[in-house]
Ligand binder design. Structure first.
Ligand SMILES: Cc1ncc(COP(=O)(O)O)c(C=O)c1O
Length: 387
């Protein structure tokens, strides 16, 4: 038995997406920039995918720029705005302490180049309070970037309100929606954002395909320069099969979203209740609502997250710690730390992220295995068998 509970890391590619990509790879090999028949066929594939991706987030197709994924989209938003707005004298960027590394590490680079940066705190629930943005923003702020849903705990930020505050001071607003697109409805107009990042592999599309939504008129410089691809906004011959897969995954997601969100919410909530009831010393991290329906982050007292992850993997259950693990030492999650959780909780938490294919029987299997696994790890820790 192998159970995959790590859909926020990546998802299996939907079989219909695989089929489409294989066909495009075989048959639509033209360069989408070529004027001849082969090129125009490839361009038609791109156009169709662009419309599908735009429809999923209530955008215009011309506002979608394809990238190599979420990381590039985040880099594009931050570096592209920084380059475009530097001449205006706005040299301040605002983000939050719980962003993905694609944002945090890009901001560090910009800070080294002389940009003033501010990292907004979150409350104990993992939510950014709009007042903290109102206090931090100035007339020199070029861009505010706040993620829509957090990858570790799933909480959803009040993007509409935050974007209004940014605009009231003349700043642009970007949201990293990599973990919210296809899990909850995402409407660029209702959110009021200028820029939005997304990534296909988080919703049953291929890895290495993503997009940055750039609202018509928003000033963003290209960061990849070269040919005139993507209306001069992102150079490089387009990966037509991957983009076709991205478009197909977007269409599927739009069709299934409501039904799948309710199904996963019910499954996730039952899983949480089951864990809290059966395993003493457990707690859910972050606000229960608003939250994406597939994600839960659970602290287990007296058990190192990494040991729990390995023990569950031996039982055939794949979960995640949701934080970086390097050279055998588990770094406490920067998200849980930003929420002010004590060390014993930041180091003892696992992320379970559900997705298509997960069933009631799989949740029952986890609930059946977890109590004994935790009891065993706790006894090993107590008797000092493990250092
Ligand atoms: C919130 C968030 N942003 C950005 C990324 C990066 O996306 P990609 O893997 O497509 O580069 C991820 C992926 O884990 C993510 O969770």
């Amino acid at each position: 038995m192998r159970i995959y509970f790590d859909h926020n890391a990546t998802t299996p590619v939907d079989p219909s997406v695989v089929e489409l990509m294989a066909r495009v790879l075989r048959e639509e090999f033209g360069n989408a920039s070529s004027v001849h028949h082969f090129g125009q066929r490839a361009k038609a594939v791109l156009d169709e995918a662009r419309s599908a991706v735009a429809a999923l987030i209530a955008a215009e197709p011309s506002e979608i720029v394809f990238t190599s994924g979420g990381t590039e989209a985040d880099n594009f938003a931050l570096r592209g705005v920084a380059e475009a707005l530097e001449v205006t004298g706005r040299k301040h960027l605002i983000t939050t302490s719980i962003e993905h590394e694609a944002i945090l590490n890009t901001l560090k680079v910009l800070a080294r180049r002389g940009w003033q940066t501010t990292s907004l705190p979150v409350d104990a629930d993992g939510i950014v309070k709009p007042e903290t943005l109102a206090e931090a923003i100035t007339d020199r702020t070029a861009l505010v970037s706040v993620m829509h849903a957090n990858n570790e705990i799933g909480t959803i930020q009040p993007i509409g309100e935050l974007a209004r505050i940014a605009h009231s001071r003349g700043a642009l607003f970007h949201t990293d929606a990599v973990q919210s697109v296809a899990k909850v409805p995402v409407d660029t107009r209702a959110l009021g954002v200028d820029l939005l990042s997304m990534s296909a592999h988080k919703f049953y599309g291929p890895k290495g395909a993503g997009a940055l939504f750039i609202k018509r008129g928003a000033r963003v410089s290209a960061i990849l320069t070269g040919g005139k691809h993507e209306r001069n906004r992102r150079a490089g011959t387009e990966n037509v099969p991957a983009i076709a897969g991205f478009g197909a995954a977007a269409t599927l997601a739009g069709r299934k979203l409501d039904v799948e969100a309710s199904r996963l919410r019910a499954l996730r909530d039952r899983l949480e209740e089951g864990v809290l009831a059966r395993v003493p010393g457990t707690a859910i991290n972050g606000a229960r609502e608003p939250r994406v329906p597939n994600t839960t982050n659970i602290s287990v007292d007296g058990v190192e997250a990494e040991s729990l992850l390995i023990a569950l993997d031996l039982e055939g259950i794949a979960v995640s710690t949701g934080s970086a693990c390097s050279s055998g030492t588990l770094e406490p999650s920067h998200v849980l730390r930003a929420m002010g959780l004590p060390t014993h909780r930041t180091q003892n938490s696992i992320r379970i992220s559900l997705g298509a294919g997960n069933t009631d029987a799989e949740v029952d299997y986890l609930l059946g295995k977890l109590p004994a696994v935790v009891t065993k790890l706790r006894s090993l820790t107590r008797t000092g068998t493990r250092g």
